[in-house]
Design a binder for this molecule. Sequence first.
Ligand code: PMP
Length: 302
Amino acid sequence: MEEQRWVYMNGDYVKKEEATVSIFDHGFLYGDGIFEGIRAYEGNVFRLRDHLKRLYESAHSILLEIPYTIEEMEELVLQAVRKNDLKNAYIRLVVSRGKGDLSLNPATCKEPQVIIIVDQVAMFPQRMYDEGVSIMTVPTRRNVPDALNPKIKSLNYLNNILVKLEANQAGVGEALMLNQAGYVAEGSGDNIFIIKKGTLYTPPGYIGALEGITRQAIIDLCDRHGYTVKEEPFTRHDVYVADEVFLTGTAAEVIAVVKVDGRVVGDGKPGPITNHLLEEFRGLVTVDGSQAYPEDTEEPKL
Ligand code: PMP
């Protein structure tokens, strides 16, 4: 029998099946809110402070006042993980503008809604890490930063969902977005790195990408292991002719890309630097560097 899961909602724990929000919540009506996707490994929440800093910066940017200090929020997240008695967990922290009226005016929302969901992690099959994935670039461009800055991790994910729809239609697991100028921005839910002649490149935040926590963990690992990383704009062509390409994200961790828009990357297999960084990343998040990744069942999707 599945264990009972508890959702933290504004001061109370509610059974997962009974956790509901009002239809007048502006997060539901307008995507007015922010969120984080966080992961716990073996009872340790990975880079929780960094996730919370990004959450509080997103909140600050959209003038949403979170009713807890960052220290209090940290404690609430840890408490929610303990309450659910999960050592390996996916944590979804959502702060919406709260209940208002049907006008889009946020001033009608008197109290933000803070929700912490803790559940099992949907892990990708080991085969994806061993063999890498094929991706494509899609026609939908990344939101322009002066309209809705992709650095804000807002509940308005329609831009990303459009990309996912295009990827689904084409039968690929993940897709890349370009920005208005045609530079590579990011995937629908992950950041991208390319490697050329031993140097790593990842698009800078101003290109129009979320500054991923995993992306930063990889940059830190590169510093430690003597790889040069440059935060520089690059084009699709640079991706096609890279020696190695990989994606990073809380869910994906580090996943090699072996084909982009039908072009084989490198020799069509996860490359040595990608594999090294994946191994180091696993070493960061787990004690012995290993986790039980599921056997392959069906065509995996990112
Ligand atoms: N870009 C987007 C659009 C995302 O949704 C995510 C997932 N949060 C990422 C990048 C990767 O960020 P992180 O490493 O913090 O999960």
